[in-house]
Design a protein around this ligand. Structure first.
Ligand code: SAH
Length: 253
C-alpha cells in the first residue's frame, strides 16, 4: 500500500478507460500505457480477452460485467468499489468496451468518484459505431447520402422502445443503434410507418473488429426475413441509412 509522510494511504487515482470495440490494436496509446501500470482493473463483458492479456500479471482483475437484463454487479456498487480501491491507494482502472462516455454509464461512475473526492481521469476509446463502420466500409456520413449521424440506444430501461420517431424520418441521416437487435423488428416497422423508405438499407454488424466479425446487409422491409433466417449473436451494432450502400464498394479487401 502506498503511504505518505503521515502514514495514511495516499489516494489512488481511477482511470476510466475505453477499451474500443474489440480489436486490441484499436486501443489508444494512452490506454495501453495505463493498462500496463494498473494494480486493479474492473472490467466489463464487452472488453475483449485479447485486451485482458495486456494487463500485468500482478493486477487484480474484477469482473463487473453485465448482460442485457442481468446486472451482475449493481451500478452503485461498481462506483463504490472504485472509491474503495482508490482509498486503499490503488492505481485503479475501470475498463469499458468502446468509449466510456457513449452508452457506457461512465458519467454515473465519475459522479460517485467526484462526490468522494477521488482523483480520476477519462481515457476515450473508439466507440462501436466508429470501429464497426470502418471495418464494414460504411462511412457514417457522406456528402451524397448523409449529413448527420445519430447514436441511439435501442434498449430502454423498462424494456420498451420509445424514440423520437419523427426526428428519425429524414432520409439524409445515418442512424446507429446500439443494443438494438432485440427491438430491430419494431424499429424497422415503425420507421416505415413513419415514412422512411422500406428500401432504406441497413447493416447488422456482429462482433465488429474481432476475428468473429460478421456483416449482414438488409433493408428496413427485409429485416424480419433476415432475423428469421440468420443466427446473429451479440454484441451487434445496427447502421441504417443510404451510406450502407457503400459497403459493397468499400468493404475491406
Ligand atoms: N461504450 C460502448 C457501448 C456500450 S453499449 C461503445 O462506445 O461502443 C453495448 C452495445 O455496444 C452493444 O449492445 C452493441 O450494440 C455495441 N457494441 C459494442 N461492441 C461491439 C462490437 N464489437 N460489435 C458490434 N457492436 C458492439
Amino acid at each position: 500500500m502506498t503511504t505518505d509522510a503521515s502514514n495514511r494511504p495516499k489516494l489512488g487515482k481511477v482511470f476510466l478507460v475505453g477499451a474500443g470495440p474489440g480489436d486490441p490494436e484499436l486501443l489508444t496509446l494512452k490506454a495501453y500505457r495505463v493498462l500496463q501500470a494498473a494494480e486493479v482493473v474492473l472490467y466489463d463483458r464487452l472488453v475483449s480477452p485479447e485486451i485482458m492479456t495486456l494487463l500485468p500479471e500482478s493486477a487484480t482483475q474484477v469482473y463487473v460485467g453485465k448482460r442485457r437484463a442481468d446486472h451482475s454487479v449493481p451500478q452503485t456498487d461498481i462506483g463504490q468499489l472504485l472509491v474503495d480501491y482508490a482509498l486503499k491507494g490503488k492505481f485503479t482502472v475501470r475498463l469499458k468496451g468502446g468509449d466510456p462516455f457513449i452508452f457506457g454509464r461512465g458519467g454515473e461512475e465519475l459522479e460517485q468518484l467526484a462526490a468522494a473526492e477521488i482523483p480520476f481521469e477519462v481515457i476515450p476509446g473508439i466507440t462501436a459505431a466508429s470501429g464497426c463502420a470502418a471495418s464494414a466500409g460504411i462511412p457514417l456520413t457522406h456528402r451524397d447520402y448523409s449529413q448527420s449521424v445519430r447514436f441511439i440506444t435501442g434498449h430502454l430501461q423498462d424494456g420498451s422502445i420509445n424514440l423520437d420517431w419523427e426526428a428519425l424520418r429524414s432520409p439524409n441521416q445515418t442512424l446507429v443503434f446500439y443494443m438494438g437487435l432485440v427491438g430491430l423488428t419494431t424499429i424497422a416497422a415503425t420507421m416505415i410507418s413513419m415514412g422512411r423508405s422500406p428500401d432504406t438499407p441497413l447493416a447488422v454488424i456482429e462482433k465488429g473488429t474481432t476475428p468473429q466479425e460478421k456483416i449482414h446487409i438488409s433493408s428496413l422491409a427485409n429485416v424480419e426475413d433476415l432475423l428469421a433466417t440468420t443466427v446473429i449473436s451479440a454484441p451487434t451494432l445496427i447502421i441504417i441509412g443510404d451510406v450502407v450502400k457503400l459497403h459493397a464498394l468499400l468493404a475491406k479487401s
